[in-house]
Design a protein around this ligand. Sequence first.
Ligand SMILES: C[S@@+](CC[C@H](N)C(=O)[O-])C[C@H]1O[C@@H](n2cnc3c(N)ncnc32)[C@H](O)[C@@H]1O
Length: 374
Amino acid sequence: MSNNTNLGAAKAAKNDEFYTQYADIQKEVNAYLEYNPDTFRDKTVLLPCDDPEWSNFTRFFAQNFERLGLRRLISTSYAVESKKYKAYEPTLFETESPLFDADKTRIKGKIFELTRDVNGSGRIDIDDLEWHYLEGDGDFRSAEVCVLRDQADIIVTNPPFSLFREFVAWIMEAGKRFLIIGSQGAVGYKEIFPLIKNNKIWLGNGFNAGNAYFKYMGDCSSFAEGVYNPETGLVKFRNCCWMTNLEHGRRHEPLKLMSLKDNIRFTRHKDLKEIGYVKYENYDAIDVPYTDAIPSDYDGVMGVPVTFLDKYCPEQFEIMGLGSGYLGQSLGIKGIPREHKQLMRGHSAAGDLYMMIKGEPKVPYARILIRKKH
Ligand SMILES: C[S@@+](CC[C@H](N)C(=O)[O-])C[C@H]1O[C@@H](n2cnc3c(N)ncnc32)[C@H](O)[C@@H]1O
């Protein structure tokens, strides 16, 4: 497996059946516990868009119910007939249960709940999960799942990629704490970016080295060769992240940075050494093409790569806006003169930043505009 893919491809393929690995969930949750061991204590955790019999989210939270100090765990699934991928067979857990209903199994969602020691083992764990069919198909937008959302303190899941914006809006309108997986590209959505800018949501601790591997259900022919490993059944995504409004420690670690002068002298980036920090032509800010080259002593506005968000410490920097498209326009980024646009052969849009490098106009990759905090 060598190439990369992104959740955009999954979205284009209209496929949502990617399953998160246990170790990734464990590593992420541990980051919140390290910061505050009581993050989940006495809380009701809802895992919507799950498939409790398949999902590692349900497995992880049920197995760790006592360690986390949960009050109640609720997990809901989406009916097979409502999914895009319909080749699921019911598990033995369902078919061997006295509650199994052959008419409901494919058209109804399911709810799994954990609150008490049902089997008298002396502890509350995965064997104490109780379940029944939902009235509807388990759509997170349905009235019955909204009631569960309103009862929850924290919502955790890997939501359907194709409904990401709607899912975030669904959480935010109820004012809930959450921990979810999304594409880094979602950061630039006009519905999501303002939440990031205003510190209402932020990136989580993250996947190992930024690589996320998901178990995939279904036909993998729609994916680029090299990203799907048939032996493990895992698909690799490069641009995946956790998004949350739960506190974790990494978010409060300031980046260690050099001064502007030292950066130009000692940087490992050849282009920066050669041309220094270039000012944009249509906005009063400098371009900083690498997060590790953000100058510690520059007081003005700087355009930095979107990957900066992974290192963003709100005590160190303030986010001013996004330097592209509609959000760039609303920030007051001026239009690019027509003669330059022609030279760029259409690689620009209204609201995009641009700069002149060796006499040539250039639009950088998407930039977040930041300013040092005093
Ligand atoms: C990316 S998968 C993640 C599954 C699981 N949470 C995990 O990570 O292991 C998203 C799941 O949401 C389900 N889904 C799609 N649309 C949904 C909807 N409107 N409401 C609830 N679930 C939905 C999909 O069928 C899929 O099983």
